[in-house]
Design a protein around this ligand. Structure first.
Ligand SMILES: Cc1cc2nc3c(=O)[nH]c(=O)nc-3n(C[C@H](O)[C@H](O)[C@H](O)COP(=O)(O)OP(=O)(O)OC[C@H]3O[C@@H](n4cnc5c(N)ncnc54)[C@H](O)[C@@H]3O)c2cc1C
Length: 397
């Protein structure tokens, strides 16, 4: 009788053995990003969060550029040309530190750089992408307006051509990540030919980006209003490709894909904090992790965490194969952010009163995920996307 094969040991950090799906280069990239976040973010994040600031953001951006994290899965023009799975692993590690750091990277790479890379002219790409990949220039992406969030088709910001062929941009954008620190803004506006994207240097006359303060979520992230008062841009400031709402929506698909992974990073961090706490905190004479009710919570959290990571891998492989549909990204974002916030809230209960302290990461992650639940398409928008795909009926309006 043949000897039964020796089973690998159960790994609490990877109970489903998902790491078996990774190549050595994937693991190396994950380690690089994890180490960077451990050195540069984790020692300071509670303080930054409490102050509601991301000090040294320009230096952080340059460091993120130096490890290849900006525009990571884009090809050429100084970008790292990583796979979608590798980009996802980076998002997970960054968001395990803080959603604000992952947001900085997502907006830079998946929104601003992606828009220029996919829809820009060769000259626009050469002007902006190498410096953005290096973190020398920070980008932002202006789609949302004060009165139009889920419904960007009705945006009011508009661009008109004057007699000389220049564009004149007017309007307001709201809740724009990186806005006040950006050197370049990709701004979406109504034109005679429908919605178009514009590459706006932020030192253009008439452009300003006041920072939005008093947020109770994503506190270690710069969020701004964009004010466009008669901003004059040359004729070639428009992104030549990507007319209509499909342009910004395809950028959002790319960024949402990163969130499918990133949200699991916030969940992992909270889960790990809960396990450690449950093993050391004693009540009624023994560790609270020894109580069945606590173990039920931990087991359910682990199941959702690792199902979510598996789902992210699956979507990453589809993206690498050029087979990822936007509806599948909606599926992933809807599930993983919803489960991540649930994991963080459950972790908070395991930590009891300590759960609300900034000494532990769980409340910070939970409040961050309130934003992640809303931006890049709310829960309801992704339900409607899936509902339409399932029934063929459009319930958006
Ligand atoms: C921290 C942060 C950073 C952000 N960064 C950026 C950025 O960099 N760039 C950018 O362009 N935007 C950004 N946003 C904006 C974000 O994308 C929008 O907040 C989001 O799209 C939702 O828009 P809204 O807040 O106007 O909500 P609304 O669209 O007003 O929605 C309010 C509620 O109504 C629901 N609702 C709306 N329509 C329907 C419907 N048809 N059926 C059922 N329910 C519906 C929504 O799901 C939601 O629950 C950011 C937001 C935050 C909080």
């Amino acid at each position: 009788m043949a000897a039964s094969p020796k089973l690998p040991a159960f790994d609490p950090a990877d109970p489903l053995g998902v790491d078996d799906l990774l190549e050595p280069e994937d693991l190396a990239i994950r380690d690089t990003v994890r180490t960077w976040a451990a050195d540069r973010v984790l020692p300071h994040i509670a303080d930054w969060y409490e102050r509601g600031e991301l000090p040294g953001i320009r230096e952080l951006a340059r460091e993120l550029g130096s490890i290849g994290a900006l525009g990571m899965s884009l090809q050429g023009h100084g970008c790292a040309g990583a796979t979608a799975v590798q980009y996802g692993l980076a998002c997970l590690e960054l968001e395990a530190a803080d959603s604000g750091i992952r947001s900085l990277v997502s907006v830079q790479g998946s929104l601003a750089m992606y828009a220029i890379h996919r829809f820009g002219s060769e000259e626009q790409k050469q002007t902006w992408l190498p410096r953005m990949a290096a973190g020398e220039v920070i980008g932002c992406f202006g789609l949302t307006e004060p009165d139009h969030g889920s419904d960007p088709a009705n945006m009011r910001t508009h661009a008109k051509r004057d007699a000389g062929g220049d564009w004149i941009l007017n309007g307001r954008k709201m809740w724009i990540t990186n806005g006040s620190v950006a050197g370049v803004a990709v701004v979406w506006a109504q034109t005679e030919d429908g919605i178009r994207g514009f590459v706006v240097p932020t030192d253009s006359s008439g452009f300003s980006a006041p920072e939005i303060k008093h947020k109770w979520s994503l506190r270690a992230s710069v969020t701004s209003e964009l004010v466009l008062d008669d901003v004059r841009l040359p004729a070639d400031a428009v992104l030549p490709q990507g007319a209509g709402l499909r342009g910004p929506l395809s950028c959002l698909t790319h960024a949402r894909y990163g969130i499918v992974w990133g949200s699991m990073g916030a969940a992992r961090s909270s889960f790990e904090a809960a396990v450690e706490y449950a093993k050391s905190r004693e009540q009624f004479g023994r560790p609270i992790g020894g109580f069945q009710l606590t173990q039920a919570k931990l087991a359910d959290m682990a199941v959702e965490l690792h199902k979510g990571i598996l789902l992210a891998h699956h979507l990453g492989r589809r993206m690498d194969a050029g087979r990822l549909r936007p509806e599948q990204v909606s599926f992933g974002k809807l599930n993983n952010v919803r489960e991540a916030i649930d994991i963080c809230r459950t972790a908070r209960t395991i930590l009891g009163a300590n759960g609300i302290s900034l000494e532990y990461p769980v409340m910070r992650h939970a409040t961050n995920l309130e934003s992640v639940l809303t931006y890049e398409g709310t829960v309801e928008m992704h339900q409607l996307v899936l509902g339409k795909a399932l029934t063929g009926l459009d319930a958006f309006r």
